[in-house]
Design a protein around this ligand. Structure first.
Ligand SMILES: Nc1ncnc2c1ncn2[C@@H]1O[C@H](COP(=O)(O)OP(=O)(O)OP(=O)(O)O)[C@@H](O)[C@H]1O
Length: 530
């Protein structure tokens, strides 16, 4: 603006602002700035199409043309913006992590804990059962892995911590995740920290992989940590091949999804057997002390509906809710997501129906949200135009039906855009090959379904597109959270039909965010202000 006012006068006209100069309309680009933001006016659409740069604004629908809103201007692929990254000003060693583990973290490039890690690590180290809730991409995985690795495996603290030492007891930590991809991602994170020499201390037990090979590995390697999907863990446990009665940690990652009906039987088996010594079951086991002696339960998600709070109260022993910079007893959380001050009467009935806790806390702060309207048959072409307009390098596009994915890939490839589909019907090997290709940039657009919405960490992703509308605000939050991870920039675009706009408005309200209307014109993202 300082640059603009040196050369121009700013003339307010009918509530809009136009930049004027002696040599015609002035744009930020003409001033040598890479981004160009214009206010536009009547006949804007025609003129945009004719390449006319100054456009008038009708009262109701003002458009801003965001040409070159191109994150491609930044050479490094979607880098972390340190100013908006959720780093707490503390070092890992201050959190009570053993020096060997701090050393490993530094080797892997982790030097400062994020807010949620700073809150969670010391609390979990004090043996509390916890629910960890923080927005997508804020580092919740390390928030629970670090206290576990401080107590289990070769990097743990030397001092006795009150537990049996010396003899090898069962598996010491079981981590449950709702999808194979997420399970494998957690395994990779643990392997990274344990180092190549101790890789075998963690064993994956995900579905879709060879079960007898997993059972052989359990027998041969005697891992300290297992990570898997509910079905496979329950299956191997039921076969009597998973010694988890003496297990010290049970982690339920994406806990709200693990509460889904499809996982019910498997979750019951896991909750009944992991960390439950045979003698400790039965009526007596409901006493908090018995529960505490048996295992520490850690539940994690970016979205914590009240059903999770209820489950956590019954599965854990006086659990705490951990959010970035905040630790409160779960007892004080009401269905609306607010926290009651101890000693004051609760205003809400805790038996009332499931209410998501302020979903806005589940989204990273630095995301830009847009929606655009088109006919259903033009959605894929709109996606292509959107990718060009934002100049996105790594795009995840969500569709609601697996059958639609192949057709969309075909259409994009036909227009010269590298694309691939990812869904649960593909084999484990194909899925991991596709993810690898996406990570290294060989695939620009990954067309997928809800499978990829949870937990997948693809930091390069700079654009998420909803080609099919998410079913609710929780699904929107997890899909959107595949971009903008740990302080990175991210754009979320929902491509919908005219008749679906009301859903977008509802999501906007539930998530307390602004989802701006936009169009893609001449390779630009044009904001439409209602
Ligand atoms: N302290 C840290 N310093 C630097 N990078 C970190 C740190 N903690 C985590 N990360 C990185 O941040 C990214 C996001 O972390 P993670 O996947 O744990 O997020 P999340 O909160 O579990 O997200 P989601 O809710 O989507 O599962 C990962 O690439 C991880 O390696």
């Amino acid at each position: 603006f300082r640059k603009v006012t040196r050369f121009t006068r700013i003339a307010p006209s009918q509530g809009n602002v136009r930049f004027l100069s002696s040599s015609g309309s002035l744009t930020l680009a003409s001033l040598g700035l890479k981004s160009e933001v214009k206010t536009v006016s009547a006949n804007e659409k025609n003129k945009l199409q004719q390449g006319i740069s100054t456009i008038e604004v009708p009262k109701s629908r003002e458009k801003k043309r965001v040409s070159g809103n191109k994150q491609g201007l930044v050479k490094e692929k979607n880098p972390v913006d340190i100013m908006t990254a959720p780093f707490a000003a503390k070092s890992f060693s201050e959190l009570g992590i053993p020096p060997l583990l701090v050393e490993r973290l530094e080797k892997e490039g982790f030097t400062i804990p994020t807010d949620v890690q700073a809150a969670a690590v010391p609390t979990v180290l004090k043996n509390h059962d916890v629910v960890i809730q923080s927005y997508t991409g804020s580092g919740k995985t390390l928030a629970y892995l670090l206290p576990i690795l401080s107590r289990v495996g070769p990097l743990k603290e030397e001092l006795s911590d009150g537990y049996e030492t010396g003899k090898k007891i069962d598996i010491e930590a079981v981590i449950v995740a709702p999808s194979r991809e997420l399970g494998m991602q957690i395994v990779r994170e643990v392997e990274k920290l344990l180092g190549p020499a101790n890789k075998k201390l963690v064993q994956q037990l995900v579905g879709g992989a060879n079960r007898s090979r997993q059972e052989d590995a359990l027998k041969k390697n005697k891992p300290a940590i297992v990570v898997g999907t509910p079905g496979r863990i329950a299956e191997i446990s039921a076969a009597g091949k998973l010694p988890t009665h003496g297990c010290r940690f049970l982690v339920l990652d994406e806990i709200d999804q693990l509460l889904a009906f499809t996982f019910r039987e498997d979750m019951k088996r896991i909750l009944d057997h992991v960390g439950r010594r045979p003698g400790a079951r039965g009526g007596e086991s409901n006493s908090p002390l018995v529960k505490r002696a048996a295992r520490q339960t850690i539940m994690v998600s970016a979205t914590v509906p009240f059903s999770v709070i209820r489950a956590a109260r019954s599965w854990g022993c006086d659990p705490l809710l951990i959010q970035a910079n905040k630790v409160v007893p779960l007892e004080s959380v009401t269905p609306a997501g607010s926290v009651n001050i101890p000693g004051t009467p609760s205003t809400t009935d805790s038996s009332s129906n499931v209410q998501p806790m302020a979903d806005v806390q589940s989204l990273p702060p630095n995301l830009q949200h847009y929606y655009t309207i088109t006919r259903i048959q033009h959605k894929v072409d709109m996606l292509r135009r959107c990718v060009h307009a934002v100049d996105a390098k790594c795009v995840i596009a969500f569709m609601n039906h697996t059958k639609q994915l192949k057709d969309a890939v075909f259409k994009l490839e036909a227009r010269g855009m590298n694309a691939a589909e990812l869904h649960g019907d593909l084999s484990k090997l194909v899925r991991s090959t596709i993810l690898k290709k996406f990570r290294n940039g060989e695939i620009r657009v990954l067309l997928t379904n809800e499978l990829s919405a949870r937990g997948l960490d693809l930091p390069e992703c700079d654009l998420v597109v909803n080609l099919g509308l998410p079913t609710d605000s929780v699904h929107y939050a997890h899909r959107a959270g595949r971009t903008g991870r740990l302080g990175r920039k991210g754009t979320v675009v929902t491509i919908c039909e005219e008749s679906e706009v009301f859903v977008v408005k509802k999501l906007q309200k539930q998530l307390s965010l602004t989802i701006q209307a936009c169009e893609f014109s001449e390779g630009n993202l044009v904001i439409i202000e209602d």
